[in-house]
Design a protein around this ligand. Sequence first.
Ligand SMILES: C[S@@+](CC[C@H](N)C(=O)[O-])C[C@H]1O[C@@H](n2cnc3c(N)ncnc32)[C@H](O)[C@@H]1O
Length: 377
Amino acid sequence: MRSSPTMQRAAVRLTDRPMDTPRPRLTPATGRAVLCRAGFEKEAAGEMSALAGEARCGGYARAVADTGVAAFELYAAEDLGALQAACAWSRLVFARTAWDLHARIDGLPSRDRVGALREAFQSLRIQGSGLRVEHADSADARALSPLARALSLPLQRSFHEAGILRASEARTLHVLLMPDAAALLCSAMPGSASAWPGGIPRLRFPASAPSRSTLKLEEAFLVLLDESERHRWLAPGQRAVDLGAAPGGWTWQFVRRSIRVTAVDNGPMQAALLDSGLVEHRRDDGFRYLPPKPVDWLVCDMVEQPRRIAQLMARWLVGGHCARALFNLKLPMKKRREEVELCLGVLRTAVPGVRLRARQLYHDREEVTVLALPTPR
Ligand SMILES: C[S@@+](CC[C@H](N)C(=O)[O-])C[C@H]1O[C@@H](n2cnc3c(N)ncnc32)[C@H](O)[C@@H]1O
């Protein structure tokens, strides 16, 4: 039977009625949310739980494997200040960025995501001066990239009109799109989270660098040093030792800044680096080599047991052979967070007063990068 025009109109009206589409479900929460490397959610959640526990903040961690997201939700909202301090981004090793978590929204309607998100922020009474629409770095979440881009401007316009975005606010709002029509609603104070969307620096591989590893050290300089430290500590004329240097990606970062490098490795170094006149290549064992006089930088990318590397770094720092050390800890398959804690403990015990900054960088794989700064003598 063919339907009459009246029936067709009625059918269209019915399916258009908002009551026929499931309402989005908003679940308010108070806590912290972080983005991490996919596969490291357990570590990211575990370190937040441990830090929250030390700060006596009751709550629970949420982490689903391979999503690239982890969260810690408080039982009592009054603990938020303590949790923010305990789980500040600077203290988290496995977080590429960290935000305050306000809610999760499920069932975002594909016809009006903007309206649903505007209503959600209005009901939460959260305002900001800027808005970022992001997604995690997992196989499923990366597919949301076009949607995140498409939603960004309409959401900003709508939030401005609704007074959710206004210049007088300090916070940046973060909408983390998730698969299955869900999103986390978050915010961050200036300087308390990564400046890069998703915590991912888009670094270009320099054509003349001998290995992609070079991007690890470039990112480490950007993430673990502030601008003033980069200016002071990466100045021409300084000296560095690079243990496990071949083929020279890390050495390249120093050479391009006119810093002299002793590159220690049995393997071959890139010829152009050796031709620069700034590199001395020593085919020595990185565990035995010591410089004739103290250097500004010790860097180390040797593939070795992490605690052996921590002990080696401690020996250099205690002996005053370097002003600072930057190194990778290659993580074992299991108990990765515990191993990092153990290695940082080795350094804290051996080098009293040492300041440590550790992070699993975007360009790191199964490893974390650590900067160790001894107290000035
Ligand atoms: C991951 S690669 C280093 C890559 C380098 N950072 C780059 O950017 O090109 C590890 C290097 O450590 C070196 N290595 C491992 N054990 C070493 C040791 N005991 N002494 C010196 N080098 C070592 C290896 O020969 C290898 O070249």
